[in-house]
Design a protein around this ligand. Sequence first.
Ligand code: SF4
Ligand code: SF4
Length: 394
Amino acid sequence: MKNINRRKFLSLSALAGAGAMVVPQMAFSAVKGNDETQEKSKTIPTRMLGNTGIEIPILSMGVMRADNPAVLRAAYNSGLTFFDTAHGYQKGKNEEMLGAFFKGKDRNSFFLATKGKANLKSDNFEAEYEELFNTSLRRLQMDYVDIFYTHALDNVESVSDPRMLAMLKKFKAEGKTRHIGFSTHANKPEQIDAAIKTGVYEVILISYNFKLDILPELDAAIQRGVDAGIGFVAMKTMVGGVEDAAGDKKVDGAACLRWVWQNPNITTAIPGFTSFDLLDNCLAAAYSPELQASDTQYLAGLQQNEMLYCQNCESCVKQCTKHLPIPAIMRAYMYNYGYNYPSLSKETLVELSLTGNECSGCDSCKVNCPSGFKISDKIAAITPIVNVCDDFLA
Ligand code: SF4
Ligand code: SF4
């Protein structure tokens, strides 16, 4: 195969239109961060992101936990074009790393999404949110991002909040972001329907994996979103990264990704690979994205495992005598025990104003979780992290 430079194949991809087009891609991450690229015959399919006009490979990079620019460079050199970060990741260092890496690179050679958490309870919300986004742009050393998501909305009300919508529209009108969206761990079909109703959101970043109990309802809502021109990006595709609650064995990420890509309404997945090996594993899946019988068998075998992924069904919140924010606590548990990322775990819990002693005075826990989590044990195993000094957390 002829050597095709990066800009050339991106422009070819842009010309070729929608759907399951396949573009030639660069090397496996064997290039390991060198700007030298080598010729390969591997290809990754691309899909259109709703009505944004953005066409990207089905594999993208969730940069959240990555702190090695060489892995980022290897992903870019391997032909990935879409990178996902957030204002809060690594206390801003994640955006700074991306800014330093992309500085001087052709702005048309990549797409960048960032996210910002909105404090709608603040009287000063508008000014604070604007400052948050301006800070992100400064760190990224960019005039604009391709997508700005309002981060981690967990209810319909915040999706439809008029102050939120006004700020997102303002950011877009000012040219600070080309497109606007929201991210959600809650995965409620009604959030998608609310987003459609606003007519404002162009992209939704959702948790999407084979373990979701509400898959039929969610898929139907995603279809309605796609019909309305919204693009969908998938996160949490690897269900916490480990096969069981003990966290002893890594999940087969390639099988998880191939399962996600079966749904043509998911434009791209953003696994958070942090090493060359994990990148190679994801690339291998993207080069051969068809779900195999062995994948189906493997994933079926995991269906009954407890694993670490909380469905966000919220049935526990009603059962808990203190109505604790258990889904978010379980996410923090996953960050620590699945992702080995204790600082993010602490950050998630601190945002909830937890003390580390949440279940005290509650003699017996009657909370029944469909995912099989022993809720009070898990709370006891993770919430004390809020009292651990940051210097001891990775
Ligand atoms: S009941 Fe279990 S799966 Fe549902 S939100 Fe609570 S912890 Fe998560
Ligand atoms: S033990 Fe904890 S999780 Fe269980 S009901 Fe009591 S406060 Fe809620």
